[in-house]
Design a binder for this molecule. Structure first.
Ligand code: FAD
Length: 811
């Protein structure tokens, strides 16, 4: 066994084997995998091993496509051939129009990744899968490339090819402890001896938290028991003359695929069960949980109704094994928050299908610092601080119970709520607030007209449309108040804070006391990594001279890692998170200055406190820090208040606002207004797949300034020219927005992808942002957007259709 290597991957299931293989493919051969028992002896060996192409966003579709292509290539490689039923096809069923509309959206989204899904009616479903009945069926989504693979062979093949490229695999080598050294390297302690390495990867499946604990980390991953059975032969299958496609059923929560001459049918029962919550028997190896078919009776009936042949077929065997879930159902693949040189590939609930792609994206991140797709939807840092065992389990149960039911826009499921609140949450709830959830935070969407107001779940504009319209109108004409909680806020202190931030941002960063600036941080490939405001606060009785760095609500761990990893040993810079201590109250509208002046002492005139100013003050008697910034495009103030004083500040603002027509507004109105202003959303419109020029942020990228992170790469990118361009679009439809992922077409050609869209109530337009082919990016360029299967006219318009001169927010 080696005593030193570059990377140690811990765990020899699909996650570990795929990571090891892809590290070698990315050019690192001095890498090893350690496995406590035999390869695949965790969950992988008994997986139903279906390989599907469906994903809810382009990153998921792209990584699954990689799996499919890789598995096909491996299966055809005569050196180590494996069994892969490639392209049997698969159907996701639907019995509501809303589900069908969702499938049409996902088909549009997948087209942008070169994947052809098809939305078919009930008769066509039955033609392609002759065992199913069309009772209570509207149709489904056809995925032509679905199939299944031999899981053990797949892992052995990946390990074989990795070994051939120089990697080593040590079986029967349990990791017992991990030590990180002051230079950020690691020693992996195993029962067979120690291995020093630069980087460790946790790929330990349901034992993820045993290994997490060895580095002082708890991962938000919980295991659920999951069962399938295998049937005797079914005559209808032989008669069909072709293999049965896969089935996924959100109506009755089961799946099936062909296994020999019969079916494999798996269940997601409502009466489900977590597993291993109080520790896992060390001898649970190549093992299963006891069968319990009674638990799945509710969903079994649905499967029998859909496939009547099952009623006459015997069950050959039952498999019940642990399967891992996370807080939002998507795996955790990437850097471990707060750690250096430590990565994970965990929480895989469809790891056989996805594992090829996850290992590929993880290896790219380890070797190159970033993957070819934006991996935020998988990033372990996307949850912050609220992800304990209890909450993770509640969300895991909910997710398991809804396995095939995708989330609709504006849908937030009830488990584990409210996870993060402020003193205002119950106050707003008493006012009738409908809440959205942002990284666990309950954030107000709008005030409901009645307690039983529940807009329907669909991709169309919903019944809240007129409420949002009225909220926006009041902000435009009078003044509105909105709580923005969970917004990320760091306090940066130390004598080198300005030069440090200057090195991190690709543009000019204001150093003037009392001033605020917006800027962007790039990664080492010159792509846009973070968006942040910087506010310079003078020394006061509240603290020393300091910079407040503000960024998106979920970005706390992500941005903290990025910033702290770049502080030089010689630099005097300290960073402290205030995210959970401070909440923003946004006061927006032409009368916002009047309201502020009525409840906060001092001169708030434009001369004394112009746009992009920051000042400490009191709102009534509540200490606050006010910034003159606007996301709505109206005259507006961000009022940052410590949570202990939040209710006091809120009351003062509401009392002062009564005379000016102040009303509450929420996240839905903000979303509409920011689209009218050309303002972007981090991780919707701002992605690591694009540089600042492609993202339309030219004025924020200053290549003539001193060195900054990503400068060298940006200069190269500048010379190469743009591959895509972010544009604003006007869409010729009034029934629905264009959701992120929708494809933009010219003729048969996909020329771009929508990143976000909504109705602009002040301009009366259906608006969207999209990355498009630069040749189609000029104002007036025409194209179609594939909205739920319909090709709708869309046209590029100049950014910020509302008040393009930005005069209102500076007034
Ligand atoms: C019944 C069932 C059906 C399924 N069907 C499908 C399907 O159809 N399609 C699909 O895509 N997915 C399916 N899945 C999910 C899929 O099987 C898993 O997502 C996948 O196998 C997880 O792989 P893994 O590598 O993350 O974990 P594992 O396979 O559990 O591998 C983790 C490895 O880490 C090792 N390890 C743990 N601790 C240590 C240590 N301290 N030192 C060294 N090694 C250690 C373990 O021994 C183990 O081998 C199914 C799961 C179940 C339970």
């Amino acid at each position: 066994m080696k005593s030193r290597t570059k990377v140690v991957v811990i765990g020899g299931g699909i996650a570990g084997c795929s990571t090891l293989y892809h590290l070698t493919q990315e050019g690192w051969s001095d890498v090893v995998l350690v496995e406590r028992n035999e390869l695949t002896s965790g969950t992988t060996w008994h997986s139903a091993a279906q390989v599907t192409n469906f994903g809810m966003n382009q990153t998921m579709v792209g990584l699954k496509t990689h799996s499919i292509n890789l598995y096909k290539a491996l299966s055809e490689n005569p050196e180590y051939p494996i069994n892969y039923h490639h392209a049997d096809g698969g159907i996701r069923l639907a019995n509501t129009e809303e589900q069908m509309q969702g499938y049409r959206h996902f088909a549009s989204m997948a087209r942008g990744m070169g994947v052809d899904f098809e939305v078919i009616d009930a008769e066509e479903c039955a033609r392609r899968h002759p065992l199913i009945s069309t009772t209570n069926l509207l149709g489904g989504l056809w995925d032509p490339l679905d199939g299944d693979i031999d899981p053990a062979q797949l892992c052995q093949a990946l390990a074989y090819h990795a070994r051939k490229a120089g990697a080593e695999v040590y079986r029967n080598t349990p990791v017992t402890a991990l030590t990180q050294h002051t230079d950020d390297t690691w020693t992996v302690h195993t029962e067979q001896g120690d291995i020093d390495c630069d980087i460790v990867v946790n790929a330990c499946g349901y034992r993820v938290n045993e290994v997490g604990a060895m580095m002082g980390v708890h991962h938000p991953v919980a295991s659920m028991e999951h069962q399938y059975f295998l049937t005797e032969d079914i005559p209808g299958i032989a008669e069909a003359g072709h293999r049965m496609p896969l089935l996924r059923c959100p109506i009755s929560d089961y799946y099936s695929r062909q296994e020999k001459g019969g079916l494999l049918v798996g269940f997601y029962e409502q009466d489900c069960k977590t597993w291993g919550m109080d520790g896992i028997d060390p001898n649970f190896v190549n093992a299963l949980c006891p069968d319990d078919l009674d638990r799945v009776m509710d969903v079994l009936a649905g499967a029998f109704e859909r496939m009547p042949a099952l009623e006459e077929t015997g069950i050959r065997s039952i498999v019940n094994g642990p399967i891992t879930y996370t807080i939002d159902g998507a795996p955790l693949v990437g850097p471990i928050p707060g750690k250096r040189n430590a990565f994970c590939i965990i929480g895989l609930r469809a790891g056989l299908g996805e594992g090829g792609g996850h290992g590929w994206l993880l290896a790219q991140q380890i070797v190159h610092g970033e993957a070819c797709y934006d991996t935020w939807c998988l990033d372990p840092r996307r949850f912050t601080g609220h992800t304990n065992v209890e909450l993770t389990s509640l969300k895991a149960i909910e997710d398991y119970q809804n396995e095939f039911r995708f989330h609709f826009p504006h849908e937030h499921r009830p488990a584990g709520r409210p996870a993060k609140t402020t003193p205002l949450t119950p106050v707003l709830a008493a006012e009738g607030a409908e809440f959205t959830v942002v990284n666990g935070w309950e954030r107000m969407d709008y005030i409901k007209p009645s307690p039983d107001f529940h807009p329907s779940l669909s991709f169309n504009f919903d019944e809240a449309f007129d409420i949002i319209s009225a909220d926006v109108r009041n902000v435009q004409q009078n003044v509105g108040l909105c709580e923005v909680n969970g917004f990320n806020r760091f306090e940066v202190t130390g004598s080198d804070r300005h030069s440090f931030l200057d090195r991190m941002f690709c543009g000019t960063v204001t150093k003037r006391e009392g001033r605020v600036g917006l800027g962007y941080l790039l990664n080492h490939h010159g792509m846009v990594k973070c968006e942040a405001t910087v506010a310079n606060l003078p020394a006061s009785d509240r603290g020393p001279e300091r910079v407040w760095y503000g960024s998106a609500a979920a970005s706390e761990f992500h941005d903290m890692d990025w910033l702290t990893q770049h502080i030089l040993a010689s630099e005097d810079v300290q960073i402290r998170s205030l995210t959970n201590d401070q909440t923003i109250l946004v006061l927006a509208g032409p009368k916002s200055r009047d309201v502020l002046s009525a409840c906060a002492r001092g001169d708030w005139s434009n001369e004394a406190f112009p746009w992009l100013s920051v000042r400490e003050c009191f709102i009534g008697f509540a200490p606050a820090t006010v910034m003159g910034v606007s996301f709505s495009g109206e005259l507006a103030y961000e009022i940052h208040v410590p949570n202990a004083s939040l209710y006091a500040a809120y009351l003062a603002l509401r009392n002062a606002g009564d005379a000016y027509g102040l009303k509450l507004f929420g996240a839905r109105a903000v979303e509409s207004m920011r689209l009218e202003k050309g303002f972007l959303h981090w991780k919707a419109d701002i992605l690591t797949e694009f540089d600042p020029y492609e993202t339309g942020l030219d004025r924020f990228a200053k290549t003539d300034k001193d060195d900054f992170v990503g400068k060298e790469a940006l200069l190269k990118r500048q010379a190469e020219g743009k591959r895509r361009q972010l544009v604003s679009l006007k869409i010729d439809a009034s029934h629905a927005p264009a959701h992120g992922g929708a494809s933009l077409m010219q003729g048969d050609k996909v020329i771009g992808t929508v990143t976000s869209g909504d109705w602009g109530h002040r301009v009366g337009m259906n608006l969207a942002y999209a990355f498009v082919d630069p040749n189609s990016a000029t104002v007036g360029s025409k194209m179609h957007v594939d909205m739920y299967g319909d090709l709708i006219d869309a046209e590029v318009i100049a950014p910020s259709p509302y008040d393009p001169e930005h005069s209102l927010m500076r007034s």
